[in-house]
Design a protein around this ligand. Structure first.
Ligand code: GLP
Length: 260
């Protein structure tokens, strides 16, 4: 695991974007796994800016969403597919084509079948080259909440109370308006991506980041499973790194790989 600690979310997003750009220099058709939430917004802005400069494009790529709410209406502003369309799709964004943005279909009643199909779709496309991730303050990635299987496949699952409260800010601050169920790539699915790029900003992520890097691998903190992945980049701001014991060591390793 490489852990980069940058002063601000802006600098961290720029550093994360460089990791995406260096992959696309080598593999212009790379397949991206994309997440939602506030955390990746700066990274997506970097990708859009690079696209506007003609230096980067997803025009020839496919992207797979990490998760989706179940039972949310097709045109809901917070439906993850719609969020990702606004952030990434189209020539004014990153060039990604709408038909190349894949997301679990949370609109149908048989979401278990949808979940199984989603894993097959990822596999049939050749697998995800780089999966962008955020992290919940309770250590969840995607919607893999504490206590779940560390080897799960894409599946339907209820949201924890903590996550419903955290996501209420996207639903007029009314927890009752947050969907109670979602489809998420499982931890086993996420671990099959060839590169993981996880971003975390702010003090409320500090405990989760400390556990992610330094805690025992445990379903209590689902993101700890990424310690078993061969190529993980965790990029944080100073606040999210504030509970790490070995931050100096991580800074040294990061500087050796990417320059100071
Ligand atoms: C959500 C998403 C996660 C995301 C996390 C953190 O519930 N399902 O994929 O990483 O919560 O969100 P944020 O980046 O807004 O803090």
């Amino acid at each position: 695991m490489y852990l980069g600690i940058l002063d601000t979310p802006e600098l961290a997003s720029a550093a994360a974007a460089q990791i995406v750009f260096s992959l696309f220099k080598k593999e212009p058709n790379a397949i991206l796994g994309v997440t939602t939430g506030s955390t990746p917004e700066g990274l997506y802005a970097e990708l859009r800016a690079a696209h506007a400069r003609g230096e980067f494009t997803l025009a020839n790529s496919q992207a797979f969403a990490l998760d989706e709410y179940v039972g949310i209406s097709a045109d809901h502003y917070e439906r993850y597919r719609n969020v990702l369309r606004r952030e990434l799709v189209g020539s004014r964004n990153t060039g990604l084509k709408n038909e190349n943005l894949h997301s679990p279909n949370g609109l149908v009643s048989n979401s278990a079948a949808v979940a199984a199909q989603y894993d097959r779709d990822i596999r049939d496309a050749g697998g995800i080259d780089l999966q962008i991730l955020g992290i919940g303050s309770n250590g969840h990635i995607g919607f893999n909440e504490p206590g779940g299987s560390l080897v799960s496949r894409t599946h339907v699952t209820p949201l924890s109370r903590q996550t419903i409260l955290a996501n209420a800010r996207f639903f007029g601050h009314y927890p009752r308006n947050v969907p109670k169920t979602c489809i998420t790539q499982g931890l086993g699915t996420i671990m099959e991506a060839r590169i993981l790029l996880l971003l975390a900003f702010g003090e409320n992520k500090a405990e989760a980041v400390a556990q992610l890097a330094e805690g025992p691998i445990s379903a209590r903190w689902p993101a700890t499973i990424t310690q078993m992945h061969p190529e993980v980049y965790v990029v944080t701001d100073a606040a999210a790194a504030s509970k790490l014991e070995l931050s100096e060591l991580y800074q040294e390793r990061w500087a050796l790989k990417f320059g100071a």
